[in-house]
Each structure stands twice: as structure tokens, then as C-alpha cells.
Ligand binder design. Structure first.
Ligand SMILES: Cc1cc2nc3c(=O)[nH]c(=O)nc-3n(C[C@H](O)[C@H](O)[C@H](O)COP(=O)(O)OP(=O)(O)OC[C@H]3O[C@@H](n4cnc5c(N)ncnc54)[C@H](O)[C@@H]3O)c2cc1C
Length: 355
């Protein structure tokens, strides 16, 4: 049976350890409970917040004036296997990294570079979770969801999910509650070709080479730990929501403006990271912009701090409130805009607050 409580402090459910009380809190461990909890809240006109592992959430100090539904559904099912592909349907409440670890152990390739990312399976389609050259849009074949508008369960195939960089049809849209996700993985002892230069260097291979699944996972975990990007209760740098800003993707006008500002600020020979996109735009590095705007690792504003290991992670090392974290985020965003004319956009979902 679903567990129901009132005035539950959300700080205990977010990796930032931030967020005030939820008026109502439902722990749903079966799909029926999950759908029923959302339907009931909708019937009563009550705001709903679907909560997974709380690793991509910034919740107001005032909490959430509605029902938080914590997704705790479990189970993984092998639904098909043909032509070297295995289809796994995974319940939304399964923890992501143990799932990745099982795939690696079972010789299933496609998610090994996504090792060490916190959170639950149901959130992976929301922002098209990605790292080290892989993202879930490459392996997700369908998402089954409860559609709050149609009041029915629906299936969205990969196209309907409209995946792009850290975005999908689900992000910034309360319509769908993800019930399960089906991934198509390759039966292989070797990884997908290593696409990310830093990971290739770590593995001492060339980009495009393959390594064993375990080698890929171990190298990713080591890189991530070095950046405070694997949750560790003893490491205050991991009390974050991961990267706080997405990497900006610039159209030609904004790129020209950045070139001008970089030359003006750092000298005519200065360069900045450029990753061409298929549509002709250019992605650059938010971490580079933040650092060059003067916000280096460990920069603090009150009790909130940039991680001492990673420029992109804003942390609550202890004693900060959401207001403190947002004050730091605004300082960084405004500083980058003033220095380089680029508007940084937050990656985590903001609940009851704005930047
Ligand atoms: C240390 C650290 C490192 C990270 N590294 C990465 C990284 O490398 N790459 C990356 O992409 N992300 C990264 N993240 C961000 C985060 O881990 C991912 O976005 C993750 O998928 C969030 O999962 P969650 O279950 O914690 O979601 P939550 O934080 O609980 O929720 C996030 C959003 O998804 C919604 N949501 C959650 N579950 C469902 C569901 N079943 N149905 C509908 N909506 C739902 C919520 O309402 C909310 O809007 C990192 C975070 C941390 C703390």
C-alpha cells in the first residue's frame, strides 16, 4: 500500500539537501499506486511533484504546496532479444547506477559511459541523461507514461520523446509521469566506441576504439569521482545537483559576439572550446565561461559554494538554504553574461523558485 504522510521535509530527498516541507507525500511502490496518487491529486486540483532520486531538483525553502509522489516502483524485465540486441523494460523507480552495473556485468553495451550518475530510471528520459559521449536517447526505444491530460497510460516511441541535448518532450512539462523505460542494448563484451576525448585519454585508447565494458565503467567512475560527480556522503563537493548549467549552444550571431568578447577580454589569440552541432550551431563549455569570468573552483557566496573539484557544480557543503544556492547561481549567471554576453541556463529543475 502507498505510504502517505504530511509535512515531509524535502531536504532529506534531494542530493543538495535543500528544500522545505511537502504538504503531502506519497511513497508509491507499485504502478497502480503511482497512477492512483497522481489521479487523486489531479481530481482535487492539487499540484503534483513527481520525485525520483532528487538529484536534479532545486526545491524552494518554502517547500511544495501540494502532493509529492515519490516513485519507488521496482523491476527489470527482458522483453525481447534478437539480432544481438536485448530489450530491457525497467520500472521508473529502479536506481540508475545499479542498473548500469548489472548491464555491464551481463555483457550489455550502450549505457556503460553513464556509470555513476545518480537518480532513478524514470528520470533518465526527462533531460536525456548523458555523459562521456553517451546519452540515453541512443538506447531508449520507448517510454510508457501516465498522461495526465488524457488520463490514460500511453507509449511514446523514441521520436515522440523528441530528445535533444539535456532536453525532451518531458522536460518543463508536467503532463507525463514516466512508468517504465525500455532500453535496447547490444549483447557485447566490448563498449560502444569511446567518443569522448577525455575518456579515451584516461583509457589510453584513440577516440572510436572500444574497451571492455568493465574498463569503460571503471574509467568513467574514476573520472567522475575526481570531479565530485559520484555521490559520496563523506564528500561535501557531491552535495549538488550535478552540473548546474547546460553548455550553451550558440547561433552564428551569438558565436561572433563571444569571439569578440573573448578577444577583448583574454587577448586576440585566445581560443575557447567549440563543439560543432549538426545544425551548424556551435556548443561551447559552460565550465570554461564560468572559470574565465572569474568564478573558479571553491568560489563561495555565503554558505553556498562552487565545488572545489568541478566548476559546473554548485554545492551546499552544509548550512546553505535554497535562497543561498540561487544567489550564487545568479552571481555566476550574471557574471558570465557581463563578461561574455552568453546567457547560461540552469540544468536542474527549479521547484517554487526562479533563477
Ligand atoms: C553528483 C551528480 C552528478 C550528476 N551527473 C549527471 C550527468 O553526468 N549527466 C546527467 O545528465 N545528469 C547528471 N546529474 C543530474 C541527475 O542525476 C539526472 O538528471 C538524473 O536523471 C535525475 O534523476 P532523479 O531520479 O534524481 O530525478 P529527480 O531529481 O527526482 O527529478 C528530476 C526531474 O524529473 C522529474 N521526474 C523524475 N522522475 C519522474 C518520472 N518517473 N516521471 C516524470 N517525471 C519524473 C521530476 O519531477 C523533476 O522534474 C547529476 C546529479 C548529481 C547530483
Amino acid at each position: 500500500m502507498a505510504v502517505f504522510a504530511e509535512d515531509v521535509n524535502l531536504a532529506g530527498y534531494t542530493t543538495l539537501r535543500l528544500g522545505g516541507p511537502a504538504r503531502r507525500f506519497v511513497e508509491a511502490t507499485t504502478e497502480a499506486e503511482l497512477v492512483a496518487a497522481v489521479r487523486k491529486a489531479d481530481d482535487e486540483g492539487e499540484p503534483v511533484l513527481v520525485l525520483g532520486g532528487g538529484s536534479n531538483l532545486v526545491v524552494s525553502d518554502d517547500g511544495f504546496p501540494g502532493t509529492v509522489v515519490h516513485v519507488g516502483t521496482r523491476g527489470t524485465e527482458r522483453v525481447a532479444a534478437e539480432g544481438g540486441k536485448v530489450l530491457l523494460r525497467v520500472q521508473a523507480g529502479e536506481d540508475w547506477d545499479p542498473f548500469v552495473a548489472r548491464c555491464v556485468a551481463d555483457g550489455l553495451a550502450g549505457v556503460e559511459c553513464l556509470s555513476g550518475i545518480p537518480g532513478r530510471v524514470g528520470a533518465t528520459p526527462i533531460q536525456n541523461v548523458g555523459a562521456y559521449g553517451q546519452d540515453v536517447s541512443e538506447t531508449i526505444v520507448e517510454v510508457r507514461a501516465y498522461d495526465r491530460e488524457a488520463r490514460a497510460c500511453v507509449v511514446l516511441d523514441r521520436d515522440a520523446c523528441r530528445f535533444t541535448y539535456r532536453h525532451s518532450v518531458f522536460k518543463g512539462n508536467d503532463r507525463y509521469v514516466v512508468l517504465d523505460v525500455t532500453y535496447a542494448l547490444d549483447e557485447a563484451e566490448e563498449s560502444q566506441p569511446i567518443a569522448y576525448a577525455e575518456l579515451a585519454r584516461k583509457l589510453d585508447v584513440r577516440p572510436g576504439d572500444r574497451v571492455t565494458l568493465k574498463e569503460a565503467r571503471d574509467a568513467v567512475l574514476e573520472l567522475r569521482r575526481g570531479k565530485g560527480m559520484v555521490l559520496d556522503a563523506t564528500d561535501p563537493d557531491t552535495r549538488s545537483a550535478g552540473s548546474f548549467f547546460t553548455n550553451p549552444i550558440l547561433d552564428p550571431d551569438r558565436l561572433a559576439e563571444l569571439e569578440r568578447r573573448v578577444a577583448e577580454r583574454l587577448g586576440p589569440d585566445a581560443t575557447f572550446p567549440r563543439y560543432p552541432e549538426a545544425d551548424g550551431r556551435v556548443k561551447t563549455s559552460a565550465a570554461w565561461l564560468i572559470d574565465r569570468a572569474g568564478f573558479t573552483k571553491g568560489h563561495a557566496r555565503g554558505p553556498a559554494r562552487i565545488s572545489t573539484k568541478h566548476t559546473l557544480a554548485l554545492t551546499n557543503p552544509g548550512g546553505a538554504g535554497t535562497a543561498d544556492l540561487l544567489a550564487l547561481a545568479r552571481e555566476v549567471r550574471d557574471g558570465v553574461r557581463d563578461a561574455f554576453g552568453v546567457e547560461l541556463v540552469n540544468e536542474p529543475v527549479l521547484v517554487g523558485v526562479t533563477l
